[in-house]
Design a protein around this ligand. Sequence first.
Ligand code: SF4
Ligand code: SF4
Ligand code: SF4
Length: 322
Amino acid sequence: MSEIKTKQLRELVEAAFPELDTVIGWEAGYDALHTTPVFIKDAKDIGKLVWNPLCVRNLSGYLVKTPPVQSADENKKIGIFVKGCDSRSIVALIQEKFITRDKLYIFGVPCQGTIDWRRVMKAAPLKNIQSVKMDEKQLVVEDADGTHSFALEDVLARKCLRCAYPNPLMYDVLVGEPVAPRVTVKNAYKDVQELENRSLEERLAFWTKELDRCIRCYACRNACPLCVCQDRCIAETREPKWLSQYMHTSEKFLFHFIHSMHLAGRCTECGECERVCPMGIPVTLMKEELNKITRELLNYEAGVDPNAVPPLLTFSPNETGI
Ligand code: SF4
Ligand code: SF4
Ligand code: SF4
């Protein structure tokens, strides 16, 4: 299945390549269990592109993070591969006018889930990985100790198990047929609901235990396509000084409160912040909570409608729903 899609996507890139400056996609990584982003500038490299459930990285951040990938030739576009969740980041960036649609050629990939290697390693501590095979139901890894099979559901990323948008919402060409979503938008917040069902004391204990592990490396911020303050981030400014260098839990809470509030009604739940956290902290969960509240109060969901105005970019003295 993945091989067929990889062949198809290379053909689609080849057909569009004359109007493209660069194509941002995925290629094989340092071992068979990983892929890595690739920037194709020369048609002879199109054969490097791959698609499979190991293509975890949301590539849209490359369009806005410093330095952004831009076309040197104004008549050419940037080609980019997006899964359903990634396409919402593109829509949100267009909504906030960080990028324009006419400069992009979007290759949309319907997606049935991506693999969380941490869940794989937790299930079996693999070493010297030799080969990886996948079908719609399982992942089979061969390593120095032999063959290990994992049910896909047991090793998919948490965001994939609650994914309501597996099909790209914006694209120029679709690679393969649309797939059925796992859940509806309405029941995509069961993890948040589970947390909300606990008492305030239990929730405080949960987040204290989680955030106490935070080493303030800011990988979560750096990986987020919508975290765009860059050098002006409150984590680094000294005028005004919001955060000290102390590693107290209170400082960690403050960083995450501000970080999450800046993403309220903007976060598209792409899960990049959670994926890159070296301490395994479920940081997307905080943004999910704020998104759930935004949906309930303002009937708004980020990254779905390119013409909608995000609530924090608008203001009404007679706000309804609050
Ligand atoms: S969240 Fe949805 S679109 Fe994104 S990787 Fe998971 S299944 Fe695919
Ligand atoms: S990536 Fe993890 S450890 Fe690093 S700042 Fe974010 S939450 Fe903290
Ligand atoms: S906060 Fe996390 S889940 Fe939300 S858009 Fe940023 S990286 Fe994606």
